[in-house]
Every structure is written in structure tokens, then in C-alpha cells.
Ligand binder design. Structure first.
Ligand code: AMP
Length: 431
């Protein structure tokens, strides 16, 4: 099947061809004709399936079909609600890309950006708004936006909106949109709560289901940042802040390291919580709940504490300390890019950890790409056998001390034939 067969207009076909798309994906094949017909749609489709184009293309076409070029200012005729700023940016980008040959104007309305700039933009008028619920409500309360002309409503990643506690906001927003409208609900999973929501939002919907896509390493972009240990925390804060990350899982080696980094990130103004084995179950549940709901941005965890964490589709994972066991690298980055979504896994590697990186790359049978510029003086990650420090006498002399002199050096490679100590354990020797 080709895009032409889906009934899209020349302007959209041109934009699609410019993107290099040749055949529509399954969700596009199913959803586009239904949406063009004016049907409400409930689609079970994840990121990576081409879902954004599957609602953006027909939405643009329907708006363009009866657009009045003389209408000034432009009225909001389509509203796309998404759970996160990141997704808003992606969807907005798609609207611009696919709509570039059409005389339609779009704006984004998301938290974290200047409200006065958004107000000015909204007051100038636009046809399409891509928004996160909280900020849109702020604008509605301030009467900066009028939704009484909305013809098409899209709820994208509805299950995530539900998980993040946005449903009351979404319902309030919906009460301000005309009942007579086309509604499209996209969700990676369709649990009962989404079915209930669909029943109240959609009118005689057509269901579109596409097969799950397996997450592959392809949708996780990995980078190694060579950096001296003392600058790691500064770089991490910079990466979180400058990229406006909303959710990042940071792996550290020890419980003590987790607590310390938590404190430091908080000092840097980043909402952070730590998760490790010394915390009570209640405290751990709370940390996880805060992280999942977006109350905290960074979750600092040890490998053991992170095991079994049920967090899907994490956008960012950072190895603040490199894992002591190469397989743990795979477990750690497996937390991102799940369910076909795009993820980023960054490793901050200091020279003392170069050998750990080398072991990981040996296991992966490939090199992890290096960040071209860390903003700090370049650091060599060539493996040189780390010097073995002598453990302090009072410790080395202790009979029950489990570690030999050789592996008391932080990050030092174990001597040949010597077993590496289990990961996740706190060392008892201070450097
Ligand atoms: P999405 O599921 O909307 O996040 O889309 C995933 C990726 O697939 C995006 O990078 C799109 O640009 C790309 N894409 C969407 N539709 C097609 C298509 N028909 N052919 C090739 N790539 C596509």
C-alpha cells in the first residue's frame, strides 16, 4: 500500500515524500482512512510505530479542507494533548514537518517555558495547539486561549497521562471543548482505565490495534563522556538542566554514593531522590512513586535497588559510575528505549573506569560512541593497568576483611585469577 492510496492530498504526499517515507506503517494504513472519514478512533499503538504521523497527517488534511484563510486571528481548531514536554516537542515538530506545504499555524503550550511568550503567541492565533494539560489549564484560567472552536481532539499516550495523574486536568479541559467534535485516543497500552476513558470521550470509535514492536538497541542512543571523576556531578547537572530532562535514572555504585549524589543534585536545584537497599520499603515506594509521577526528575539508584523496577519507557539513563559487572550495563540501558520508544543512555567514564568500559565493549562486541565534546578538557580512556594501592595496614591486617589488598583500589582491575567482588556492595576501605 502507498500513501497515495490512503487518500492524502498532494501537499501532504509531498511532505511525506520529503521525509523519505515510502510505505505507510500498519497504524498509518489503518488509522489514516478512518480519521479522514471523520471517525473517532481508539488506537493501541506505541512510539516507534509511526503513530504520530497516523493522526497528524489526516488531522492536517481535515483542517486544511475547510480552512478559511481570511479568518483573523486564527482559531484553535485542533488540540493535541500529550503527557510530557518532550513528547509535545516531537509532536509539534511532526505537525510542522508534515504541514509545511499547508497554510496552517501551530503552537506548543508546555510547562517550563515562559508563560508570557506563550500568551503572546496564543493571542496572535493558531489552528493547532500541542499541549501538556497543566500549562494549558493555566492559560485557560487566564483566558489566553479559547477552545470553543475545537473540531478535533487528540489524546496522545493516554496511558501515560493516566499514570502521571493528569486525568482530572484532561477532563476539565474536555469540558471546555465542544461535544460535537472528532476525538482520537492513542495509547501504548489499553488497560480498563483507558477503556473507561475512551467510552466517555469517544463517540462510536473504530478500534485500531497494531502489533507490539520489540525494543531493540537501535532505539537507544548511547554515548560515552570521558570525564575526570571530580567533574562528573557538574556535568550531570548540566546535562539535566540544559536538555531540560524530565526523567532520568542515574546509576551509582554504592549506597553511600547514591545518598551523596542525591544531596549534591538537590543543591544544584534538581529534584532528586535516591533508591537503595538501606531505605525502608515505604521510603523506596515513595521514591519510586515520586519519580514515576514526575515529582522528582532524577532517581539515583544502585544496581541492586534498581533491579525489578517497573518503569517503562524511561527517556534517559545515566551511568554515573560504570557497572562493575559488564552484564549490568545491558540491564541498566535496557530500562530505556523500551516498547519501541527512543531512549538515551549516557555513561560518564573517568580514566580509572576505562577498563570497565573496555570490558563492556568486549561483551557488546562493539564500541559505544564517544561524545565529541564534553565541555571539559579531553580525557583519555585508554586502558592502562590501574596502580594497585596498598590497603591501610589496620584494614589489610584484619583477618575477616574479605578483600585483598589488590582490589581495595577503587576501579582497579582485579589481578589475574582473582575474582572480582560482587557488584553493588559497599567497599569498606576508604581510598
Ligand atoms: P512515532 O511512532 O510517531 O514516534 O514515529 C517513529 C519514527 O518513525 C519517527 O521518526 C517517524 O519520522 C518515522 N516514520 C513515521 N512514519 C514512517 C513511515 N511511513 N516510513 C518511515 N518512517 C516513518
Amino acid at each position: 500500500m502507498s500513501f497515495e492510496q490512503l487518500g492524502l492530498t498532494d501537499e501532504l504526499l509531498k511532505a511525506v515524500a520529503e521525509q523519505g517515507y515510502i510505505t505507510p506503517t500498519p497504524v498509518q494504513q489503518k488509522a489514516i482512512p478512518l480519521i479522514l472519514e471523520g471517525r473517532d478512533v481508539l488506537a493501541g499503538a506505541q512510539t516507534g510505530t509511526g503513530k504520530t504521523a497516523s493522526f497528524t497527517l489526516p488531522l492536517l488534511q481535515r483542517l486544511a479542507e475547510n480552512s478559511d484563510p481570511h479568518q483573523k486571528p486564527r482559531r484553535v481548531r485542533a488540540l493535541i494533548l500529550v503527557p510530557t514536554r518532550e513528547l509535545a516537542a516531537q509532536v509539534y515538530e511532526s505537525v510542522l514537518t508534515y504541514g509545511k506545504h499547508l497554510p496552517l499555524h501551530a503552537e506548543t503550550v508546555v510547562g517550563g517555558a515562559s508563560i508570557s511568550v506563550q500568551t503572546r503567541q496564543l493571542r496572535r492565533g493558531c489552528d493547532i495547539v500541542v499541549a501538556t494539560p497543566g500549562r494549558l489549564l493555566d492559560h485557560l484560567q487566564q483566558r489566553n486561549i479559547n477552545l470553543s472552536n475545537v473540531e478535533i481532539l487528540v489524546l496522545d499516550e493516554a496511558d501515560r497521562m493516566l499514570d502521571m495523574g493528569f486525568m482530572p486536568d484532561v477532563r476539565q479541559i474536555m469540558s471546555l471543548i465542544p461535544k460535537q467534535r472528532q476525538s482520537l485516543l492513542f495509547s501504548a497500552t489499553v488497560p480498563d482505565a483507558i477503556k473507561t476513558l475512551a467510552a466517555s470521550v469517544l463517540n462510536n470509535p473504530a478500534a485500531v490495534e497494531v502489533a507490539k514492536q520489540n525494543a531493540t538497541a537501535d532505539n537507544v542512543s548511547e554515548r560515552v563522556y570521558g570525564i575526570h571523576r571530580e567533574y562528573k556531578r557538574e556535568l550531570l547537572s548540566y546535562l539535566i538542566g540544559s536538555n531540560n530532562w524530565q526523567q532520568v535514572l542515574v546509576f551509582v555504585r554504592t549506597k553511600h554514593g547514591a545518598d551523596r549524589l542525591e544531596k549534591q543534585l538537590i543543591e544544584d536545584g534538581i529534584r532528586t531522590t535516591a533508591l537503595h537497599g538501606d531505605k525502608t520499603q515505604g521510603a523506596r515506594n515513595k521514591a519510586l512513586e515520586y519519580f514515576k509521577s514526575g515529582k522528582v526528575t532524577a532517581l539515583v539508584a544502585t544496581d541492586i535497588a534498581a533491579r525489578g523496577l517497573d518503569i517503562d519507557e524511561l527517556p534517559h539513563v545515566v551511568n554515573f559510575d560504570m557497572p562493575q559487572v559488564p552484564e549490568d550495563y545491558i540491564h541498566r540501558i535496557g530500562r530505556t528505549g523500551r516498547a519501541g520508544s527512543n531512549g538515551q543512555a549516557l555513561s560518564l567514564v573517568c580514566p580509572e573506569e576505562a577498563w570497565l568500559l573496555a570490558e563492556i565493549e568486549k561483551l557488546l562486541k562493539r564500541q559505544i560512541p564517544r561524545a565529541a565534546d564534553t565541555g571539559y578538557e579531553p580525557v583519555s580512556l585508554k586502558v592502562i593497568d590501574a596502580p594497585r594501592k596498598k590497603a591501610p595496614d589496620h584494614i589489610a591486617g584484619k583477618k575477616d576483611y574479605r578483600h585483598t589488598k589488590k582490589n581495595t583500589t577503587r576501579g582497579a582491575k582485579p589481578a589475574q585469577g582473582e575474582k572480582r567482588k560482587p557488584h553493588g556492595e559497599q567497599r569498606k576501605v576508604k581510598k
